[in-house]
Design a protein around this ligand. Structure first.
Ligand SMILES: *[C@@H]1O[C@H](CO)[C@@H](O)[C@H](O)[C@H]1NC(C)=O
Ligand SMILES: *[C@@H]1O[C@H](CO)[C@@H](O)[C@H](O)[C@H]1NC(C)=O
Ligand SMILES: *[C@@H]1O[C@H](CO)[C@@H](O)[C@H](O)[C@H]1NC(C)=O
Ligand SMILES: *[C@@H]1O[C@H](CO)[C@@H](O)[C@H](O)[C@H]1NC(C)=O
Ligand SMILES: *[C@@H]1O[C@H](CO)[C@@H](O)[C@H](O)[C@H]1NC(C)=O
Length: 340
């Protein structure tokens, strides 16, 4: 019978598709693991070589990172693609209260020349930090984009300016606590796309601020009273350290901030919490939209959706088969009628 044959072929096809999809999902891929410290900015460079692709002048790639089984990244992980070297950069600061200490990220790579699609899994292990920063220097760098910070040892150079010249006490424990593009934090994009967007940097340490930093704060205090930052205010007494390394600082944004103390129980005491919300309100670049997630819930949800989808396809195909079968019968019947 045509009908049974068609139904059988259909079912077999669906089964094949289901099995191959499930196998594709289950198949283990090599996971790249990275240790990151809580409250400390990390970055991960996604190179085409990660997918065994060569990066030629005419290559075009698209990388799409996401939390495994989830369409998006976590709220504290950012992604930037650098069109100049065709590398992608994941960066962000793991929060101090991370309950999930193992984060799995899927990086989907699309090679636009060959239309090849590959996935690489990155595992971030969030390590506990023995000593949190208690003091922070916050500022904006005008002449760079966030991805530029990951090139040419820029971050070590920037840290060294403080460790060796402005904040000697922080030599042992200065680290980047936050890094973001100024436009990601609400600043208007530059009108000329060739202009840099600017980078917001926070450097933290458990050491007390130096007198040199307090003096600098005093020196630039007239700027805090102005409505608009004068573009030509560039001659601070420490300008040379930054200029020598190619950093052009926005002195209006330069701030010394005492951080709320986080104890080993990861609780912030109430008074400190108030002052930290106040800082947040002052922050013009504030944006942070928190993204709730539970990984297990998503796995279950996606399984349910896949099952439903398979069921729906199945029903559609059966209905279609029945339709074809009836039509076929009708045609035969009409042919017989014609013959009569
Ligand atoms: C994490 O912090 C420790 C010191 O607390 C440091 O030695 C280590 O290099 C840091 N790891 C990363 C990935 O920054
Ligand atoms: C890239 O090649 C290496 C060695 O040839 C192999 O071990 C690795 O799995 C490959 N990676 C991908 C994403 O194909
Ligand atoms: C941006 O720079 C490129 C070359 O570096 C130039 O061709 C282009 O005209 C510039 N765009 C604008 C809007 O200035
Ligand atoms: C840091 O400052 C606090 C009070 O401001 C002081 O009690 C403490 O001794 C200072 N620590 C160091 C290492 O100077
Ligand atoms: C941490 O929590 C334990 C019990 O939950 C408490 O006994 C201890 O005092 C806390 N430590 C601090 C520094 O708050």
């Amino acid at each position: 019978m045509h009908f049974t044959a068609a139904l059988f072929v259909n079912t077999a096809c669906i089964m094949c598709i289901i099995i191959s999809t499930l196998q594709g999902r289950v198949e283990p891929t090599a996971v790249i693991a990275r240790d990151v410290n809580e409250t400390e900015m990390f970055y991960y460079e996604i190179r085409p070589e990660l997918f065994n692709w060569t990066n030629g002048a005419d290559s075009r790639f698209v990388f799409t990172p996401s939390l495994q089984n989830y369409p998006d990244l976590l709220y504290w992980i950012y992604y930037k693609f650098d069109g100049k070297n065709r590398h992608g950069y994941l960066y962000g600061t793991p929060p101090a209260d991370s309950s999930d200490r193992k984060i799995l990220l899927d990086i989907n790579g699309l090679n636009k020349k060959t239309y090849q699609i590959e996935t690489q899994v990155i595992q971030l292990n969030i390590l506990e930090k023995s000593e949190y920063a208690t003091n922070e220097v916050r500022f904006k760098i005008n002449n760079l984009n966030v991805e530029d910070m990951f090139h040419e040892e820029r971050i070590p150079y920037l840290l060294d300016i403080f460790r060796q010249n402005l904040w000697l006490g922080s030599k042992e424990n200065l680290y980047v606590t936050f890094l973001a593009s100024a436009s990601d934090l609400g600043q208007r994009l530059p009108l000329d796309p060739n202009d840099t967007e600017g980078v917001i940097v926070n450097l933290g340490s458990s050491s007390n601020f130096s007198t040199m930093l307090y003096d600098l704060e005093k020196e630039i205090s007239p700027l805090q009273k102005m409505n608009k930052c004068p573009k030509d205010f560039k001659r601070t007494s420490v300008e040379r350290y930054f200029r020598a390394n190619g950093f052009n600082l926005d002195w209006c944004s330069f701030k010394l901030v005492e951080l709320p103390i986080i104890d080993q129980n990861k609780t912030i005491n109430v008074q400190d919490k108030l002052s930290s919300t106040k800082h947040a309100e002052e922050n013009v670049w504030e944006l942070m939209e928190s993204l709730q997630y539970t990984q297990s819930m998503h796995t279950n949800a996606s399984k349910l959706i896949i099952t439903l989808l398979i069921f729906v396809i199945f029903v559609i195909l059966i209905t279609f088969s029945i339709g074809v079968f009836r039509w076929h019968k009708k045609v035969i019947f009409l042919k017989k009628l014609n013959k009569i």
